[in-house]
Write a protein that binds this ligand. Structure first.
Ligand SMILES: Cc1cc2nc3c(=O)[nH]c(=O)nc-3n(C[C@H](O)[C@H](O)[C@H](O)COP(=O)(O)OP(=O)(O)OC[C@H]3O[C@@H](n4cnc5c(N)ncnc54)[C@H](O)[C@@H]3O)c2cc1C
Length: 538
């Protein structure tokens, strides 16, 4: 099948839907999303959105906190732009119908909470389900829009670029690289459809699934970064993966976070033998910063070979625990863990990818007509470490800026014809009877990324990962072109590419900074490494 629109949006999180709603006033929009429209990281966001809304807050303070967390690598102009636009973008969300918790004494009417790294209260939230509120409103507004067509269960496989057409002999002259659409697998029919548009937005979210343990939903396989990289986009800072210290460890739990507030309320981390261990790592013990705790747990697990550690809040009264953590209490109970009487098995988990496709302040990538917004992008806001609740803000602000620019340039971009674009060519590929290759490689990548490219790295561990990913990439490539593609195969190829990019960036950075910690270079080295790690496809 062939589909044409003025704007093609890949992804239905805050970045994709926020953008789609804005550009829909100026043209037709096709949104492709690989599962159901709601299946996004946006929906899982618990804490909230950071914005300067309180009477004791200021743009300068929020910018300062952002730069401090970023450990020298934030781009000042991005931080300024995002922080200063925050309040206006929040007001827009409210005008779309989003409800955030209110409090009479904040000066703005919002109940503002405080999170680690913020020097004052500036997080708006909807209970502990902010993402659910935001995505529900966006989906409702999108479905009302006659100009927007949503294609669920459609997974983008590759971008269609001029370069590709040259390779296939469809065009010959040598002009600037541009993007004209995407090949998209309809998972219901197994067919690869061709979507073309003058302007394409990548809003595919994060890449947590590259790691064995992650807080991210299943969709977070780094597709956008891999797709963009194959198309020739520049990628940066993939070594900066944020790990949440405590994710529930249970074979059926998948990705349930145990809030840091449990430690805040007196929860103690224990090893398998019931011994507290945080005093060995930081004077603040269990109240140490997120990165310190994640690193301490990782060290304990590597030393002992255990699968998990335990977080114990059972010394507090049953009434207190049930009232303070009703969601966590209920969820753990579903897995047979009564947190009022027993410790919770936890592991750290990959949570957020600070790196991604490099964009400018308008969300433009280095490929003409291709934009990237949200977790898939590297805008310069987060630097080497993300300040809590700045990611939803970034998606909100950049979807606005990218939309504003896209509607401005749309009239100047020539509309392409389907005749210019060859359909997807399966080249004699047949149905696979060896799907075990996919599951084997999938498990292997996620496990060695966890063990060798996780919270604490070293050159030796990274080189082990390098050798393995090289072999696996070769195997996947052979397999990829011989068999008809499935969504599992597309995702496997993408997590392999993203794993490769993370390893490459981590090997390049010969220092420890922000979220990148290596035993071989434990200090920060501003003289040589006060810069982004940029990878450009050859
Ligand atoms: C548990 C959890 C809690 C969080 N809490 C907070 C918080 O409190 N505050 C905060 O600021 N941030 C938080 N974050 C981070 C934040 O939620 C994300 O960074 C943000 O939602 C990303 O939005 P996005 O639109 O870029 O991506 P997403 O919301 O993940 O959307 C990505 C979309 O792309 C689609 N997609 C992916 N690949 C393809 C493909 N190949 N083809 C078609 N579609 C594709 C997906 O199906 C999905 O629709 C949290 C994240 C998690 C996981």
């Amino acid at each position: 099948m062939e589909y044409q629109s003025d704007f093609l949006v890949i992804g239905s999180g805050l970045a994709g839907l926020g953008y789609a709603l804005k550009v829909a006033r100026h043209g037709s929009v096709n949104v492709v999303t690989k599962r159901s429209i709601m299946e996004t990281s946006t929906r899982q966001a618990q804490g909230g959105i950071a914005a300067v809304l309180g009477p004791d807050d200021s743009f300068d303070l929020h910018i300062k906190d952002t730069l401090m967390a970023g450990d020298g690598l934030c781009h000042q102009d991005t931080a300024e732009m995002v922080v200063r636009s925050g309040p206006e973008r929040i007001r827009e969300l409210v005008s779309l119908g989003a409800h955030f918790d209110l409090a009479g004494d904040s000066g703005t009417g919002f109940d503002l909470t405080r999170e680690g790294g913020h020097s004052c209260r500036r997080i708006i939230h909807a209970h502990d389900m902010t993402g659910q509120e935001v995505i529900s409103i966006l989906v409702a507004r999108v479905l009302e829009q006659p100009n927007i067509t949503v294609f669920e269960n459609h997974i983008a496989v590759d971008l269609i670029t001029r370069h590709k057409l040259v390779r296939r002999g469809a065009v010959t002259t040598n002009v600037e690289e541009y993007c004209l659409g995407a090949y998209v697998l309809d998972t219901a029919t197994g067919q690869v459809d061709t979507f073309i548009a003058p302007i394409i937005l990548l809003a595919t979210g994060g890449a947590g699934k590259v790691y064995l343990y992650t807080s991210n939903p299943d969709i977070a396989t780094g597709d956008g970064v891999a797709i963009a990289f194959r198309a020739g986009a520049s990628i940066a800072n993939m070594e900066f993966i944020q790990f949440h210290p405590t994710c529930l460890y249970h074979p059926l739990a998948k990705n349930f976070l145990i809030s840091e507030a449990v430690r805040g309320e007196g929860g103690i981390l224990l090893d398998k033998r019931g011994t507290p261990f945080m005093a060995k790592y930081h004077p603040l013990k269990d109240l140490a910063f997120r990165d310190v705790v994640a690193r301490a747990i990782d060290t304990e697990l590597k030393k002992s070979g255990d699968d998990c550690v335990f977080l114990d809040i059972s010394h507090k009264s049953k009434d207190f625990v049930q009232a303070r953590f009703p969601g966590i209490y209920q969820k753990c109970l579903e897995f047979g863990i009564d947190i009022t009487s027993q410790p919770i098995p936890v592991v750290p988990a990959a949570h957020y990818s600070c790196g991604g496709v490099i964009t400018d302040l308008l969300g433009r990538t280095n490929i003409k007509n291709l934009y990237a917004v949200g977790e898939v992008a590297m805008t310069g806001l987060h630097g080497a470490n993300r300040l809590a609740s700045n990611s939803l803000l970034e998606a909100l602000v950049f979807s606005h800026e990218a939309a504003r620019h896209a509607v401005e340039v749309l009239p100047q971009i020539p509309k392409r014809k389907f005749s210019e674009v060859p359909p997807w060519d399966p080249s004699g590929a047949v149905d696979s009877d060896e799907n075990v290759v996919v599951t084997q490689n999938w498990d292997e990548i996620r496990r060695f990324m966890w063990n060798y490219v996780g919270i604490v790295r070293s050159d030796k561990r990274l080189m082990r990962a390098r050798h393995r990913i090289d072999l696996i990439q070769q195997e996947i490539n052979d397999y990829y072109w011989n068999f008809l593609i499935t969504s599992d195969l597309v995702e496997l190829r993408n997590i392999a590419t993203v794993a490769d990019l993370i390893i490459t960036c981590a090997l390049q950075r010969k220092e420890s900074r922000g979220l990148h910690y290596t035993l071989d270079y434990p200090e920060k080295d501003d003289a040589n490494w006060l810069k982004d790690t940029v990878i450009t496809a050859s």
